[in-house]
Design a protein around this ligand. Structure first.
Ligand code: EPU
Length: 420
């Protein structure tokens, strides 16, 4: 397993370009199952999760071609029975269920497991599909779904902590080919859901209320091929903003869409980080001293859970107490114990992490537990003095394209160490 060896304490300087969004492209790739025509997807990040989704589509019978940052999918003929092991390994693969069922009237997909950030139930996905008329049966680790034909209805998809991102994606996709009108109430409003909706509209789907909590989908008979450019990855952009600020550097982040992460920009400014909008880019300049800042993660347009760990790494360098509250996933503090190895003082009180910042971090070997925790440990390692080795960066490779190359261009001393 590969690791990163970081020699920290160097302020990041220079320019970085943001790749396409992982969490937008995964459901968009699943949506290509809705048509027999060719779909061209551009600005696709080269990530292990994206390659994996390509393999899943191939296992269902689709032709998938990766060329540079373009993926072409032609699902002329597909089967509704997915490879158990492939699908089980990636949580995002649950969103092939809606399109397969909508196109074929039956589908069997393995249940995605829980993961280190929480139990990750799929009750809302199942509720939505049942409301559309699917008969579901869970056996042998599979969700077996069938229907004569999905029928439009009104379904409320809000859960214990608000809307569901992939649940909204799944039901929206299923509804595109259903009979009649489907209204999704309490739909997720994340930019990735909006990007998927725009992709579906470009395939001929009829969707009103895009970007709002009420989506109205009028079913059509067929969808056609399309050509679509994926939005930039707002989480990658925020990760680089936090890294630049944590190292007291100055970085121009190209391709970031500030309107997609206003809540993060607001908190960065509260922490004393200067972020200026430039044409098609954001310039981040850290002040000498950071201010402690409280953050609570919320569904969009609130502070994203996917930036919580990276912001915590930043707050380790802010003198005073910051309270970081995680409201989306119940166990998303796995990075806390690892940050402590670098000298961070953080205690966990229920859903909140209390960060006593300002004490200089010093390098140590640490272990990444999930994608965003890995990014946070990299940021902490860049800010620390001495050497930090971040083990198990395969988590990071799932969601950050060429992270070490991008960081090196900014002056970071970071190397990938091949694992055995
Ligand atoms: N939830 C339910 N029932 C469901 C579905 C979700 O109770 O049927 C709960 C979850 O347990 C959680 C909350 O609802 O407490 C929100 O979960 P959501 O369904 O929105 O998460 P997701 O769609 O499975 C996507 C991203 C995550 C991101 C979350 C929240 C993808 C592939 N994944 O997951 O991304 O954290 O939305 O924004 O789009 C990451 O990129 O590191 C990552 C984990």
């Amino acid at each position: 397993m590969d690791s990163f060896l970081i020699k920290g304490g160097v302020p990041l300087h220079g320019e970085v370009s943001i790749s396409g969004s992982k969490n937008a492209v995964l459901p968009i790739m699943a949506a290509t199952l809705l048509t027999a025509d060719t779909c061209v997807i551009r600005h696709v990040p080269d990530l292990s999760d994206v390659r994996f989704m390509g393999k899943i589509l191939e296992s269902l019978g689709a032709e998938v071609k990766f060329e540079g940052d373009t993926v072409t999918v032609r699902a002329a003929k597909v089967k509704g029975f997915g490879d158990y092991e492939l699908i089980r390994k990636m949580r995002g693969s649950i969103c092939i269920l809606g399109p397969l069922l909508s196109r074929l009237n039956q589908a069997s997909v393995s249940l995605p497991g829980g993961c280190v950030i929480g139990t990750r139930p799929i009750d809302l996905h199942l509720k939505g599909l049942r409301a559309l008329g699917a008969v579901l049966d869970i056996s042998g680790g599979y969700i077996n779904a069938k229907t004569k034909r999905l029928k439009g209805t009104t379904v409320f998809l809000g859960g214990r902590v608000g809307p569901t991102v992939l649940g909204t994606a799944n039901i929206m996709m299923a509804a595109t080919l259903a009979d009649g009108v489907t209204v999704i109430e309490s739909a997720a409003c994340e930019p990735e859901v909006t990007d998927l909706a725009n992709f579906l509209v470009s395939m001929g789907a009829k969707i009103a209320g895009i970007g709002s909590p009420t989506l109205t989908i009028t079913g059509v008979k067929t969808l056609h091929g399309t050509d679509h450019e994926v939005i930039p990855d707002r989480i990658e952009a925020c990760t680089f903003l936090c890294a630049a600020a944590a190292t007291h550097g100055e970085v121009l982040v190209h391709g970031a869409r500030a309107e997609h992460f206003a809540a993060v920009l607001d908190k960065l400014r509260e922490a004393g980080v200067k972020v200026e909008r430039k044409a098609g880019a954001l310039l981040v300049k850290a002040s000498k001293s950071l201010k402690p800042t409280d953050v609570t993660t919320l569904p969009y347009s609130g502070f994203p859970t996917d930036v919580q760990a990276q912001f915590m790494a930043l707050m380790c360098g802010a003198k005073g107490i910051s309270v970081i509250t995680e409201r989306i996933f119940e166990s998303r503090f796995m990075h806390v114990a690892e940050m402590a190895r670098l000298g961070a003082e953080i205690s966990i009180e229920g859903p909140s992490a209390i960060v006593k910042g300002g004490r200089p971090l010093s390098g140590a070997p640490v272990m990444a537990s999930d994608l965003r925790a890995s990014a946070a440990l990299v940021i902490a390692g860049l800010a620390a003095t001495g050497s930090t080795q971040v083990h198990r960066i395969y988590h990071l490779d799932r969601g950050y394209e060429r992270m070490e190359t991008k960081l090196k261009k900014l002056g970071a001393r970071i190397d990938r160490v091949d694992g055995e």
